[in-house]
Design a protein around this ligand. Structure first.
Ligand code: DC
Length: 233
């Protein structure tokens, strides 16, 4: 984890992997604000591929790969968040809907889709640093990252967090359905052969079930300061 050469890395990268609802997204946003680093929300790329395939009614593998390669996407700062554009349309909320998440998890099992998104993801690593949020950030996309974190939390707690997030965005949600969907998604994400959800051997594991977001952020910041020589509080 604490690579001695980390301070000399051209672009410092912190990977945050873990299942849905483990807190990665929120933690990444808060850390990015504190460190003034960039964010890669890799799940959004799978969600964008899913949304475009749903809009075009495409499910053939070759066509899905073509979408992943060629979709026109853009991220724009919008207050503390990022606005997500697909072919110029604001799809920030549309990609968060549960059917899009399920479809994203389905197509994320296709090796060709993952390959198509690989370079797009690596291109996010620009100065002064990157917080990479996903499932395979530490294992596949940024295997040389100097600091790798793997966040977990109990499924019921993760479903509750997702429920709250969706409700806050005015998106309709049902808690028992969310628990079932999360468990199905975890199973699919962990059991697929292409880059399954798993902690890198050199990742720090953090169970966030009983932790507040601030506690998680502070713990990761302490590790980042130690690893990259930053002194952010
Ligand atoms: O993090 P999320 O819920 O937005 O991700 C949506 C789906 O995309 C998730 O079920 C699995 C897939 N995904 C992936 O396979 N690899 C990533 N690095 C990020 C997401």
């Amino acid at each position: 984890m604490h690579n001695q050469l980390a301070m000399n890395d051209p672009v410092p990268v912190i990977t945050l992997d873990g299942p849905g609802g483990s807190g990665k997204g929120t933690v990444c946003l808060l850390l990015a604000e504190k460190l003034r680093w960039h964010i890669l929300d890799s799940g959004s790329l799978y969600r964008l591929t899913a949304l475009e395939s749903m809009q075009k009614n495409v499910s053939d593998e070759a066509q899905l790969i073509e979408i992943a390669n060629n979709m026109d996407i853009d991220y724009r700062p919008d207050g503390a968040r990022l606005k997500v554009l697909l072919s110029g349309q604001d799809v920030t909320d549309a990609i968060r809907a549960e059917p899009v998440g399920s479809k994203a998890s389905e197509i994320a099992a296709i090796a060709g889709v993952r390959q198509a998104l690989l370079e797009r993801q690596r291109a996010f690593a620009v100065s002064p640093g990157l917080l990479a949020d996903g499932r395979d950030m530490g294992t596949v996309v940024f295997p040389h990252a100097a600091l790798k974190i793997f966040l977990t939390a109990r499924p019921e707690e993760r479903a509750k967090r997702r429920y709250k997030q969706l409700k806050e965005k005015g998106i309709d949600a049902n808690l028992p359905e969310l628990v079932a969907e999360l468990e199905a998604r975890d199973k699919r994400d962990s059991e697929r052969s292409a880059a399954p959800l798993k902690a890198a051997d050199d990742a720090v594991l953090l169970d966030t079930t009983e932790m507040s977001i601030d506690e998680v952020v502070n713990q990761v910041l302490r590790m980042a300061n130690q690893c990259f020589g930053t002194s952010v509080v």
